[in-house]
Design a binder for this molecule. Structure first.
Ligand code: ADP
Ligand code: ASP
Ligand code: MG
Length: 387
């Protein structure tokens, strides 16, 4: 029987009414004759609230304990959705990531899926049940509960779809992937299709509608991702293999970043410390005597501690972390000339912001700048380059 994995994000299961509506959608798919595996995120802002709760108890909570706490959010929504489905006379059963056989590395707070052994999921699907899986979590080879980094439920969905040979549908509060965040840039338009490479760059640049690791997984396994709205129109964006004509795909922004500058000779020390704290350099440059690293702090929950250790271990290191943001343009053939970079720096200059660091590749132009101008910068850059 055809099998589909449907993932519903936090806003889609934010309250009891929405959980009931999602249950009705899932029930309709099941009644149409498909095997259905559902991946859920935590309700609404639960993950943010749990993080804030942890920080009230300890400024630098141990990453293992954080994962025990954060993984609880998805447990709540999986059980509630299963109850709602059973209420509709659709037999359903919920599983944690561990019970679903999501095996990960032991990098707490930012683990990667290394294998999926969905034995129990298979067994229950074969019995005709809808299986609800808690997204964003797994179990490490050392049998510890891990989480996959913010937005990681998308990765759970793609990994399960690959393991089950199922279609993959990701439902959120937007009708697919747009040329910019439609909440920030009203003129942004939906893209019908994107290549894996374009989507990976957009996600890494901050378009959180799909998670970057999820897209990487989809590319590796050759899975098409259908991004749709849960309660809105039936439009969608399909992310799959294949090239598009040269184009600018979109504009994306990130905040919560840090820029490190230090003597190039200390590169190894810096990278070692970052790794021990689960912090990943998004950009790295080492021209001559000096080196620079850009860090995304979204999954670094003990930054003040890490910053202190870096300062102690690497004399001369300068860390900028006050309101650092980045704005990126993603597309193909961007390195053919300087137009895109000039429009980005020109837009920032018009807003009185100076570029703090610049990164360019064939698929992406990223400029680091004051986070306060990001929304206006996205609108201006979109106006100049896309419309
Ligand atoms: P979910 O909780 O369902 O996983 P997310 O909040 O993670 O949903 O992602 C959806 C949000 O992503 C949208 O509400 C939108 O504001 C934001 N977003 C950012 N960039 C884009 C983009 N390029 N296209 C669509 N949505 C985007
Ligand atoms: N609940 C987690 C988060 O808020 C995972 C997810 O939503 O995908 O990041
Ligand atoms: Mg998300």
């Amino acid at each position: 029987m055809a099998c589909v994995v449907q993932k519903y994000g936090g806003s889609s299961v934010a309250d009891v009414e929405k959980i009931r509506k999602v249950a009705e959608k899932v029930a309709a798919t099941r009644r149409a004759g498909k095997d259905v595996c559902v991946v859920v995120s935590a309700m609404g802002d639960t993950t943010d609230e749990l993080l804030a709760l942890a920080k009230r108890v300890s400024p630098a909570p141990p990453r293992r304990e954080l994962d025990m706490l954060l993984s609880a959010g998805e447990r709540i929504s999986m059980a509630l959705l299963s109850m709602a489905l059973n209420d509709l006379d659709v037999p359903a059963i919920s599983f944690t990531g561990s019970q679903s056989g999501i095996i990960t590395t032991d990098a707490h707070a930012n683990a990667r899926i290394v294998e999926v052994r969905p034995k129990r999921v298979h067994e229950e699907l074969e019995k005709g049940k809808v299986v609800i899986v808690a997204g964003y979590q797994g179990v490490s080879t050392r049998k510890e509960v891990t989480t996959l980094g913010r937005g990681g439920s998308d990765t759970t969905a793609v990994a399960l779809a690959a393991a089950l040979g199922a279609d993959c549908e990701i439902y959120s509060d937007v009708a697919g992937v747009f040329t910019a965040d439609p909440r920030v840039v009203p003129s942004a338009g939906r893209l019908d299709a994107l290549s894996y490479e374009e989507m990976q760059e957009l996600a890494a640049a901050g378009a959180k509608v799909l998670n970057a690791q999820a897209v990487e997984f989809a590319k590796e396994k050759g899975i098409a991702i259908h991004a749709r709205s849960t309660f809105g129109a039936a439009d969608e964006t399909v992310v799959r293999g294949g090239a598009h004509p040269e184009r600018i795909a979109g504009v994306a922004t990130r905040r919560e970043l840090a820029l490190l500058a230090f003597p190039a000779a200390r590169l190894e020390d810096v990278l070692g410390l970052l790794e021990r704290h689960g912090a990943v350099a998004t950009e790295l440059a080492s021209p001559g005597e000096g080196a620079g690293v850009a860090l995304d702090l979204e999954n670094v929950h003990d930054w003040p501690v890490l910053r202190g250790r870096l300062a102690e271990a690497v004399p001369g290191l300068v860390a900028e972390d006050e309101a650092i943001g980045s704005v990126s343009v993603v597309g193909t053939g961007l390195s053919a000339g300087h137009r895109v970079l000039r429009e980005v720096t020109g837009s920032l200059a018009a807003l009185g912001a100076r570029p703090r660091a610049v990164f360019t590749s064939a698929l992406r132009v990223t400029v680091y700048c004051d986070a306060a101008v990001l929304k206006d910068a996205a609108r201006e850059i979109h106006r100049r380059l896309i419309g």
